[in-house]
Design a protein around this ligand. Structure first.
Ligand SMILES: NC(=O)c1ccc[n+]([C@@H]2O[C@H](COP(=O)([O-])OP(=O)(O)OC[C@H]3O[C@@H](n4cnc5c(N)ncnc54)[C@H](O)[C@@H]3O)[C@@H](O)[C@H]2O)c1
Ligand SMILES: [Zn+2]
Ligand SMILES: [Zn+2]
Length: 346
């Protein structure tokens, strides 16, 4: 089959590789019909996370079930499904308590040795372990492009808003108007926010957020704290969703949240550090919720229902539709921020 494979830093290629096979009775093989390039793929592309030449890449994808192992109960050949970016076992203590991203046997699709050596979704075929847990049926009539992000960034944005405890009269500030911020903005509205502010310094990304109904704040031009205070009678945002994953954004979240407010930290951290003045946090009664990796499986039913009902619209984020063979160009554009989201059609 054809698959996107890692070659070297800033180099992926589309290659002929062996078809994946059922290796465990709980596996399914998916014939991918649409995959997408995610910001997390760029960690490998840019050499920040390890990958070996020839490793399959990609963890966002939808397709049709091609084959299932004998123990798979919920899916059969021909079903249209979305794949979860994080692969969980479905039966350990954490999985049974809805914290599937803390699974004892946690893995990631298309993430090299780091993710347990599984193949990627940017391929004609993809093997999904524990298929009953890691696949979600696509509702009848829903197209691929609406369904594909439910396995990752859409549900992540939904989760980031859901854990923030948004109340109907809240002003919510979303820091970062990238793909995750795009879905966090829509989810914050869905959770009843009175007003949603989108903060970024990329004008075109802010324009997309504004189309969704958010108030854009270009932090390259305006002081974030002043802009947020101006819209909240000087208090600050009731809820801040940090959708960047950089200490500057985390510190900005602490600055723009009101006393007694909540911060939901969805942006990903690895080894970054910040200084936490405990007395200030304590006095200001800050409620900080670290999202960790999204436990997709606990939230994707709700996220899919929101897409079905038209309450979350994924389509405005897609800037490029390309064939799988053009993936190297897609990576280049996405890495250069010339594409907001690239989908690939094998
Ligand atoms: N928790 C999870 O499960 C999960 C899942 C997917 C992605 N993520 C993480 O979410 C984060 C966002 O993902 P993405 O794909 O949208 O990334 P992205 O890099 O495409 O978007 C981030 C945006 O933040 C903006 N930005 C950077 N610093 C800023 C600052 N100080 N203030 C305001 N805006 C700032 C950038 O201009 C960019 O538009 C990343 O850290 C990613 O790894 C987490
Ligand atoms: Zn991702
Ligand atoms: Zn588990």
């Amino acid at each position: 089959m054809r698959a996107v494979v890692y070659e070297d830093i800033h180099k992926v290629r589309v290659d002929d590789v062996a078809d994946p096979r059922i290796l465990d009775p709980h596996d399914a093989i998916i014939r991918v019909t649409t995959a997408a390039i995610c910001g997390s793929d760029l960690h490998f592309y840019n050499g920040k996370a390890p990958m070996s030449p020839g490793d399959g890449i990609g963890h966002e994808g939808v397709g049709v079930v091609e084959a299932v192992g004998p123990e798979v109960e919920r899916f059969r050949t021909g079903d249209r499904v979305v794949m979860a970016f994080d692969i969980a076992c479905g039966h350990c203590w954490f999985c049974l308590h809805g914290q599937t991203s803390l699974c004892e046997d946690f893995r990631n699709l298309g993430a090299g040795p780091f993710g347990g050596g599984l193949g990627g979704t940017q391929a004609e075929l993809c093997r999904v372990p524990f298929a009953d847990t890691n696949l979600l049926a696509i509702p009848q009539g829903m197209d691929d492009e609406r369904a594909v992000f439910v396995g990752d960034i859409l549900t992540t944005g939904y989760y980031g808003a859901a854990i923030a405890g948004i109340q109907p009269r809240d002003t919510v500030a979303v820091i970062g108007a990238g793909p995750v911020g795009f879905f966090a903005v829509q989810a914050a509205m869905l959770h009843g926010a009175k007003e949603v502010l989108a903060l970024d310094f990329e004008a075109d990304r802010l324009a997309v957020a504004e189309k969704l109904g958010a108030v854009p704040v270009n932090v390259g031009e305006r002081n974030a704290q002043m802009a947020v205070c101006q819209r909240t009678e000087g208090r600050g945002a009731d809820v801040v969703i940090e959708a960047v994953g950089h200490p500057s954004a985390y510190e900005s979240a602490v600055e723009i949240v009101r006393r007694g407010g909540t911060i939901s930290v969805v942006g990903m951290y690895v080894s970054e550090q910040v200084t936490i003045p405990l007395g200030i946090y304590w006095t200001r009664m800050l409620d900080i919720r670290f999202a960790g990796l999204c436990p997709i499986h606990a939230w994707w039913d709700k996220a899919m229902a929101a897409v079905s009902a038209g309450k979350i619209d994924p389509l405005p984020i897609i800037s490029h539709r390309m064939s799988l063979d053009d993936a190297p160009k897609g990576y280049e554009l996405f890495d250069a921020r010339q594409a907001t989201k690239v989908v690939l059609k094998p």
